[in-house]
Design a protein around this ligand. Sequence first.
Ligand code: FAD
Length: 287
Amino acid sequence: ALNQSLSELHGQINVSFEFFPPRTSEMETTLWQSIDRLSGLKPKFVSVTYGANSGERDRTHSIIKDIKERTGLEAAPHLTCIDATKDELRTIARDYWENGIRHIVALRGDLPAGSGKPDMYASDLVALLREERDFDISVAAYPEVHPEAKSAQADLINLKRKIDAGASRAITQFFFDVESYLRFRDRCVTAGIEAEIVPGILPVSNFKQLQRFATMTNVRVPSWMSNMFEGLDDDAETRKMVGANIAMDMVKILCREGVKDFHFYTLNRAEMSYAICHTLGVRPAQG
Ligand code: FAD
């Protein structure tokens, strides 16, 4: 029944892909191979993350520019505000706009260890960007609650603040418990958030790395998932198949629940995201 409802949705699904700036020339080659393959699926947009260390901003900017030129796709840079002054952020925003960038993923960024209360939150960045130019703005949302939030309700109110400040969609932190996403989406509706809550899908191939990352980000890794990856530490190929299968199951259920937009954390690899998109009916144009 799940596959049947999926085939009825062909043509109605929108996807977007997230990449990060490569650190080596080898990684750069992989990135461009991935972008070339995934761009054939005509994503709604692709985004490039931004790290808070120096130099990364320029790299995000140049990759965004190259993606736009090479693929003609809508390319959205991520931008964080904890590491910059308001004047710097305004300059970056104007520069992006002048270079034809119309969509920004606006984030606060992670606080360095031991730092106090930040000067700016993502909602302040959204307001600043909106003041500058008429950007399309995406923000982050946390179905399983951001680790620093005082409560789930406070985190939800923060999301509403970001949308009210001018963001047009929220992209979620990755999750594996589909119910947690669905409950969160319901709570957003109840809170008066009308913007799309786009699920962030992380196709998992490196389970050990995921466990570390999930702990840091307050994402629950269900025991059934540990069970699925058990015994595969030295078997990357099978892990990839298992990971793709898990993500395919997730997107099928989400589709049945009315989700039409999906954001993929590609980790700069095309293979798994491409396969999952294929099962969603998102395929290259024929001919
Ligand atoms: P905010 O929305 O500002 O929220 C941060 C925390 O502060 C939350 O706990 C919130 O509840 C709380 N809060 C908000 N306002 C207030 C207030 N006024 N008073 C008290 N508490 C408040 N990081 C990067 O460095 N680079 C990236 O490119 C990047 N891309 C990401 C993409 C997505 C889709 C997601 C989900 C995350 C990404 N991150 C990235 C991680 C993100 O920067 C961290 O999760 C960060 O800790 C929070 O960012 P935010 O934009 O959600 O912050």
